[in-house]
Design a protein around this ligand. Sequence first.
Ligand code: CU
Length: 118
Amino acid sequence: MKNILMTATLLALPLGVTACGKPAEAPKAETSTDAMADMAMPAEAKMAKGTGTVTAIDPASGKITLEHDAIPAVEWPAMTMGFSAKPELLKGIAVGDKVGFNLTVIGNAGEVTSIQKR
Ligand SMILES: [Cu+2]
């Protein structure tokens, strides 16, 4: 009986954080954790357009959370997730706004490069 309970507990473990798109790619050898080094890998970056609703925003730290519609260009289903964005892009944007936006996507992370109210 004890073994059955332990098995059930293991199966109930959370499967990890929600992330966009395909399963994580195999880890690549990286010698630097510097953000600028990551940005210097243009082969990994994809451009995408999306639409959605702002659910949280933090202009001071350059973060925005969007409940976005599906983004076929990067094979993302609709979901709510956080993006980085330059603080000046977020001026005039508020929680609840319906927006259209452009992204630079690297792996499962996206940076908003432009955003407009719809
Ligand atoms: Cu997403």
